[in-house]
Design a protein around this ligand. Structure first.
Ligand code: NAG
Ligand code: NAG
Ligand code: NAG
Ligand code: NAG
Ligand code: NAG
Length: 421
């Protein structure tokens, strides 16, 4: 088994886009510059007529949460180590809790977790991400953290991470069968495809470990014993930055508004990684038309009414979403269908397009939320809130000119057209 490549799934997409941006010719580059200028102008003009509707709806949900005191109630955590760094605090448990937990004051807290897939070697970047999210958001709420790895975490990792987090922290091992290439995959066929992709310079085209990760993120993380007892998750990766304060509870916001999936950045997938993904999707839809949600966002994924995929997806290294949606019958059947095609190994299907297609087709479009107010950076891309007033109120350390929203490969404009239609 070759070791994990030192880069996470999403970075691959970033690199792909990077690659592509540099390969387009000079004329296109100038056009892009001109477009960026026009968009900046456009954004500037929008400031003169700001739309405060979103902010006002969000500020209603500002709740300062106190962690309830109590004893730890552990579920069976196969081979997981739990480090409650503050004795006397309790991680969320599903027992007796349907949707919310009640704080000691009757303040509500969602049944939610901050979730990171990470390797021991990524400790430094992981600490940076965690420290920032604690500082910008979680110190007000004390949501538990769960870290997952396909090898056991080292003592150093667990100790340093626990020291950086005030609330409960758990470290889990990923079951082998959820991680490694399944035995029924025709390795000869998979190897030929990897060689071909490598020859075509597809980023991670030759990597098996990378494919393991994309498959795990697509269909397994939410079934891990440590994730199983939560409903909501915020996916965090090592080496990311949070540029603004979040003083309301985004999980409760999602819950209150019947949302299932939240994103900050959307962009286009690199086509050679998903040549037959859309065929598999169409096959699933044809066999299970009843699963497709009314008022879905097919128009975000396809420009021709579902005939072909336009490569738009939500960048899944940031997700605030409902795991019950992934665990539900519809997405589970959808994932099994994709899994049966072997495309995670015969091609290089990413969890970003898979999650995005699932959310866009099986949820209503109003159940997908764009977290404009969360400044987020996963190098090389960042999203910064668009309104000056929001950046100011939330103490953002970013500017809109750095925002990927203005990039020609961003799918945000398409998303907003879909929402408006
Ligand atoms: C925690 O458990 C201990 C022993 O099981 C018990 O004495 C104590 O009262 C419990 N504390 C709370 C807050 O439930
Ligand atoms: C809890 O309730 C008390 C009395 O109602 C109040 O003074 C206190 O500020 C509350 N704490 C929080 C965190 O809301
Ligand atoms: C947990 O550990 C036991 C004993 O070390 C081992 O047999 C089992 O396969 C492990 N389970 C997982 C899910 O790794
Ligand atoms: C779909 O959207 C239309 C118009 O926005 C609305 O009237 C209808 O109730 C929606 N249907 C469902 C099932 O949400
Ligand atoms: C921005 O910073 C100020 C000063 O530290 C703080 O009072 C305020 O709550 C912060 N804004 C948010 C949205 O947290």
């Amino acid at each position: 088994m070759s070791s994990w490549l030192p880069i996470h799934c999403r970075e691959c997409y970033s690199r792909t886009i990077w690659h592509r941006t540099y390969r387009i010719n000079r004329t296109l580059l100038w056009m892009a510059l001109a477009m960026t200028f026009l968009f900046s102008l456009h954004s500037l003009l929008r400031h003169l007529k700001p739309d405060y509707a979103h902010i006002t709806s969000v500020s209603r949900y500002r709740i300062h949460f106190q962690w309830p005191l109590g004893n730890q109630t552990n579920v069976d955590l196969t081979n997981a180590t739990t480090f409650p760094s503050h004795p006397g605090t309790a991680p969320a448990s599903t027992e007796g809790l349907s949707e919310y937990e009640l704080g000691s004051n009757g303040t509500r807290r969602a049944n939610a977790v901050l979730l990171m897939l990470v390797r021991n070697s990524e400790l430094e970047g992981a600490l940076r991400s965690v420290t920032q999210l604690e500082d910008r958001f979680n110190h007000l709420f004390g949501y538990p953290w769960v870290f997952l790895n396909e090898v056991p975490f080292t003592d150093e990792f667990k100790e340093k991470m626990s020291a950086a987090i005030a609330g409960p922290v758990s470290f889990g091992l990923i079951p082998k069968e959820d991680w490694y290439q399944p035995g029924w995959i025709d390795e000869e066929k998979a190897a030929a495809s990897r060689a071909q992709m490598e020859a075509n310079n597809v980023v991670y085209g030759g990597s098996v470990s990378y494919r393991n990760m994309c498959r795990f993120n697509s269909g397994f993380f939410y079934r891990h014993p440590l994730a199983q007892r939560y409903k909501w998750y915020w996916r965090v990766e090592p080496g990311v930055s949070f540029h603004c304060d979040t003083d309301y509870d985004p999980f409760l916001f999602m819950e209150e508004h019947d949302k299932v999936y939240g994103f900050t950045i959307s962009l286009q997938e690199w086509p050679p990684t998903v040549p037959t993904l859309w065929d598999a999707v169409k096959e699933y839809i044809a066999a299970n038309p009843q699963h497709v949600a009314p008022n879905n966002s097919m128009a975000f994924l396809s420009d021709d009414g579902g005939n072909s995929y336009n490569m738009c997806h939500f960048w899944s290294n940031f997700e605030i979403a409902n795991m019950e949606f992934w665990r539900g019958e519809v997405y589970s059947k959808f994932f099994e269908h994709l899994e049966s095609k072997g495309g995670f190994y015969y091609e290089r299907w990413g969890d970003a397009p898979v999650h995005s297609i699932g959310a866009a087709l099986f949820a209503r479009k109003d159940q997908i939320h764009f977290f404009d107010d969360i400044g987020y950076q996963h190098p090389p891309f960042m999203h910064c809130p668009r309104l000056h007033s929001v950046r100011q109120e939330r103490n953002c350390s970013c500017t809109q000119y750095q925002s990927f929203d203005n990039n020609m490969y961003s799918c945000l404009r398409k998303w907003e057209q879909v929402v408006r239609s």
